[in-house]
Structure formats: C-alpha cells, structure tokens
Design a binder for this molecule. Structure first.
Ligand code: FAD
Length: 302
C-alpha cells in the first residue's frame, strides 16, 4: 500500500505524539518510583559540592568568578553532615547511598572521599555545557542527573556551601523534581510507610514535620558527628568506579544549562572597603557614657 503525503504527515505527527508521551510517562515513573524501592531499603541520594579549602579565594574581576586554580579543594564541610546522615540511614534501614556532584573533573576526589566514608555509588556530572551555572541551572542539572540515578526515596543536601553560601540549591532541586522538601533538619526521627518524620530548627524552637517520600531534606551541622574514613574505606574509594554524566547523557536542551540556562548574571563583584578612621574614647563607664552621648548629639544622631 502506498501512502499519500497527507497520510504520511498524519502518521509522523502521531508517532511524534507517542514519543513525547513515552518520554513524559518515563519521567513520571522515574520520579515516583522511590517509595516502591523502600521494600529493599532506602535509595538515598546525597548531593555534595567540592569547595576551596580556604575562604581567602580571589575573585577574577573580569569574569566575577572565583579563581580556583592552585587552591586545595575539599568536600563542602556542611555536606559531610549530609553524607554521614545518608550513611546512618542506610545502616538503620538498609539500602544504598549514591553521592552526586556537579563540577569539573577534579571534583572526582570529593566523590572518592564520600565513598571512603561508606557511600556506595559516585556520580560526577561534568561537561563544559554545565559551566557558568547559577543556582537555578545548577539545581536543574543536578535534578536531571538524579532522574538518571533512579530510583530515589530521599535526597539529602547540606544546608549551604562555604563558597556560594546561598542555600538555594537543595530546595530548587526538589522544585525541579516536583517533590516536597524540608530545610534545616537537625534530626531524622523515622522513615517508614513511605514517609519521613524529622525535626527542624527554627529561630525560636524546633518543629516536627512529616513528609511523603520521595522527598528532599537539607541538614544542619547539629544532626550528627561525621565519622572519619577508615583505611579499608580509603582503599575501596581508590578503586571505586565513578559514573560520569554529560550533556549527552542528560538529553536536555543545552540552553537550559550552564550560563545560557542561568537567569542571574554577576554584574559586579568587589570587596567592600574596610572602614577606616573612627575615634577611640577612653575612661570610666560614667565618663564613656557622657562622651558617647555628647558625640551622638554632635553628630545629630540623637
Ligand atoms: P548552596 O545552595 O548553598 O548549596 C546547598 C547544598 O546544595 C550543598 O550543601 C550541596 O548539598 C548541594 N549542592 C550545591 N552545589 C552543588 C553541586 N555543584 N553539586 C552537588 N551538590 C551541590 N560556579 C562555578 O563553579 N563556576 C562558574 O562558572 C559559576 N558561574 C556562576 C555564574 C552566576 C551568574 C552565578 C550566580 C553563580 C555562578 N557560580 C559558578 C556559582 C554556582 O552557581 C554555585 O556554585 C552553585 O549554584 C551552588 O550554589 P551555592 O554554592 O550557593 O550552594
């Protein structure tokens, strides 16, 4: 049977519609497959970032980016608590801990450190297309990686990093994956029946919350005391396979990643000038209070 032009066009659009439906359906199944996996324990994903070991890094005035060359790199200290909590939950409920980082190839060493502590799998998202990402593009890339790491019941992030320091990445990952999140978690009380119960720190107290799984939590440094790596752990880490994810593996539009996918731009970066001058007043508490009051009146502050 020979098909005419109209029928071919109709068939093509029908096939395309089925393909699109398949992609969406697979994504739906992936993002909702977490609670099913709980029968075999928890599938835990821990997000870690490699950061400069010092807070004294220089900023390139031309690009507004950190100059990372020649600066030793470590796991973001807040992420050590996330890794530890992931491992503790695995030890309590069974399952697997997968660590993921988005960064340059050298970020592999942070993943090996996490394996040495007891994580089971390490995933490195690295591609030139991911460079220059703000928190939105970073969290989108990480969310797409986590889809590829399915199944997942619980995603654990640090509270914030010691370099970027925004605390935005965790909640944004949850948003991209359309799942609930709880920030500032200082204790995981229970994980059962497809739910997680935690306490989280507030300015004026502690709140107990429950969430269905899959869910994302960001953890505070009060949650645990991270362990040190054992020699056996270090040896395992040395040999561990690091799974790489590139733009091609994610299969998403490159315009949604890296600098192109970042709605924010660094307009200017500068170190605020140190306050100079000032006047030191001396004397007894009574003399000081008189002098300071006189100064405040002179400056028309009071
Ligand atoms: P937070 O939101 O404070 O981190 C919270 C938690 O999220 C962490 O504890 C960790 O669990 C997780 N997390 C954060 N980042 C990662 C990660 N990469 N992998 C895995 N888990 C993670 N940075 C560069 O290195 N190179 C650039 O070229 C660059 N360009 C930028 C351009 C713009 C316009 C902006 C605004 C930022 C740029 N950044 C760049 C910084 C980059 O956006 C942040 O490093 C990143 O988004 C994470 O933000 P944060 O450090 O504030 O992490």
């Amino acid at each position: 049977m020979l098909l005419t032009g109209d029928k071919i066009r109709l068939l093509r659009s029908f096939v395309q519609a089925i393909k699109k439906f398949n992609t969406k359906f697979e994504a739906f199944i992936e993002s909702h497959s977490g609670s099913e996996g709980m029968a075999d324990g928890l599938n835990i994903v821990v997000c870690i970032k490699q950061v400069p070991e010092t807070t004294e890094v220089e900023i390139d005035p031309a690009t507004g980016r950190l100059k990372r060359e020649g600066v030793a790199a470590i796991i973001n200290p807040f992420d050590e608590f996330a890794v530890e909590e992931g491992i503790r939950l695995k030890e309590k409920y069974g399952g697997v801990v997968k660590v993921v980082t988005m960064g340059p190839p050298m970020a592999e060493s942070a993943l090996r450190d996490a394996i040495a502590l007891g994580s089971d799998e390490a995933w490195l998202a690295t591609d030139r297309a991911f460079a220059g990402a703000d928190t939105w593009a970073t969290s989108y890339t990480l969310a797409e990686c986590i889809r590829k790491m399915s199944p997942y019941d619980l995603i654990v992030c640090g509270l914030k990093t010691t370099d970027g320091d925004t605390g935005q990445t965790g909640p944004e990952i949850a948003q991209h994956l359309d799942m609930p999140h709880i920030c500032y978690v200082n204790k995981v009380l229970d994980v059962s029946g497809g739910k997680i119960r935690v306490t989280r720190m507030l300015d004026d107290g502690v709140e107990t919350l429950e969430s269905p799984l899959p869910a994302l939590i960001t953890v505070t440094k009060e949650i645990n005391q991270p362990r040190l790596a054992t020699l056996k752990g270090r040896l395992t880490a040395k040999r561990a396979a690091i799974r790489q994810l590139t733009l091609k593996d994610l299969g998403v539009d490159p315009k949604t990643l890296g600098l192109d996918g970042s709605p924010t731009r660094v307009v200017k970066v500068f170190t605020p000038p140190k306050a100079a001058g000032g006047e030191v007043v001396e004397g007894s508490p009574e003399e000081l209070s008189d002098k300071i009051l006189a100064k405040l009146i002179e400056c028309k502050v009071v």
